[in-house]
Ligand binder design. Structure first.
Ligand code: H79
Length: 420
């Protein structure tokens, strides 16, 4: 994993916003709907032909990301369905052909106007392309004649098409800061092949990225080493290491379990849970890429908007504990997790104890202690094993422990943070 200075913005940003938008947003029942329901191309086509994103407002999305405290936004330029949101000249399966718009252009322009970094998502999988070989994650794999359907298909031609699409994205939209390829699945299953680096020619794709966008971060789903590791809907519980070295990572997360707009799905995560996940990511040295799925018209749904606004109020007050912060080499108390930024340590309290929180090893190392959201100072004391009965609050604590005195009432924020 690289540590170029050009990549530092990513490590500092800590929060990104993912945007999943495509013809599946019109179907409104998960971005894998074509696969889950084994829809034929003809059954899927109406969602494409009636794609009319009249409420898709890249400026509003960018401003929403900014209010969330995000440093970058990643748009699905093409998902597994194969429908390109930009004016690709490699096929007419594009938003431009259907509605005359280039949503990728709108996205990159809006991000630059807001001073946000530009991220693109590009699916390696393409269930629409006639040369893409049917495999075990393809919607048509259960067709009676699926094996015959593969007879005329040629991955060599698909690769040429996909590489040409990628070249468009890397040459026609100015500086791209981040690329999320999705995804490799080299395992074989149920008599079907998977797909991996040889199928995509990942080496050539990465070389094209390095040549055309030398400062761009590339994820690890080409199936060859990239610039960051991408756990999906999963929070690492330790800093991620490979060969002893800390690895850059970003956990991508949904608000409700679906990436694309899913109207009837109510697995909604609460704002406190999302704050907890963000804190967990930063305390383990990673980023959080939080997804929204704009609705069939491209609008941000009220339920997504509400939770993002609430989380954004928290990140605004607690920015110092998140942006530019990372893993801290101190053992946290059982009530919470630490993040660290320079000489500041931040204690994120998942539970609120009565009266005191004890911080092992911090006695004598701290010059001030305050609640971050309102800047109110907290009293502290240090355990003294030689004095009898004078420090009730520190009883039973090992020497070197710093005891922070807390108000009985938990501050009314998603996650209270103490700055030390
Ligand atoms: O774009 C979002 C997802 O649609 C895509 N990546 C994020 C960013 C993604 N979805 N699933 N995966 C990546 C991993 C693949 C999971 C699978 Fe399966 C397990 C594919 C086949 C077995 C899920 C379960 C789909 C079919 C069964």
């Amino acid at each position: 994993m690289s540590s170029q200075p050009e990549h530092q913005w990513f490590d500092e940003a800590r929060i990104g916003m993912f945007v999943h938008f495509g013809a599946y947003s019109v179907a409104a029942r998960h971005e894998w709907v074509q696969n889950y329901e084994r829809l034929t191309a003809a059954e899927y086509l109406p969602y494409v032909e009636n794609f009319d994103p009249d409420r898709f407002d890249a400026g509003e999305i960018a401003r929403t990301a900014k209010r969330l405290g995000a440093g970058y936004v990643v748009l699905t330029t093409k998902h597994h369905e194969g429908f390109a949101l930009w004016n690709s000249r490699q096929s007419d399966f594009t938003a431009h052909a259907v509605c005359g718009r280039d949503l990728v252009r709108e996205h990159v322009d809006a991000l630059r106007a807001e001073g946000l970094r530009v991220g693109l998502y590009f699916s390696l999988i393409d269930w629409h392309h006639p040369d893409f070989l049917i495999d075990w994650v393809h919607p048509r794999r259960d067709d009676d004649n699926a094996q015959e359907l593969n007879a005329g298909r040629d991955m060599e031609r698909y690769r040429a098409f996909m590489h040409a699409q990628l070249r468009e994205l890397l040459t026609e939209y100015g500086q791209i800061d981040y690329m999320f390829f999705d995804f490799s699945y080299p395992e074989h299953k149920d008599g079907w092949d998977g797909k991996g680096p040889a199928d995509w020619d990942s080496e050539a794709m990465l070389a094209m990225c390095r040549e055309l966008q030398p400062n761009m971060l590339v994820n690890d789903r080409l199936g060859i080493p990239g610039d960051f590791y991408t756990p999906e809907q999963y929070q690492p519980t330790e800093p991620v290491r490979r060969g002893g070295e800390l690895v850059r990572w970003e956990a991508c997360q949904t608000i409700n379990g679906s990436w694309g707009y899913h109207r009837d799905n109510l697995d909604q995560k609460s704002a406190p849970l999302l704050a907890q996940m963000l804190t967990d990511s930063v305390s383990m040295g990673g980023n959080m890429l939080l997804n929204i799925g704009p609705d069939g018209r491209g609008g941000i749904s009220p339920r997504d908007r509400a939770v993002l606004e609430t989380l954004g109020e928290w990140t605004e007050l607690h920015r110092g504990a998140i942006v530019g912060a990372g893993y801290a080499e101190f053992e946290p108390p059982r009530e919470g997790a630490y993040t660290r930024r320079g000489d500041r340590l931040y204690l994120h309290l998942a539970t609120w104890p009565l009266g005191y929180v004890h911080l092992p090893g911090l006695a004598g190392k701290v010059t001030f202690t305050r609640l971050l959201h309102d800047g109110s100072w907290l009293r502290t004391s240090e355990s003294d094993p030689n004095s009898e009965g004078s420090q009730m609050e520190a009883a039973g604590q090992p020497a070197g422990t710093l005891t922070v005195h807390l108000p009985v009432q938990r501050p009314d924020v998603l996650m209270p943070v103490i700055e030390l």
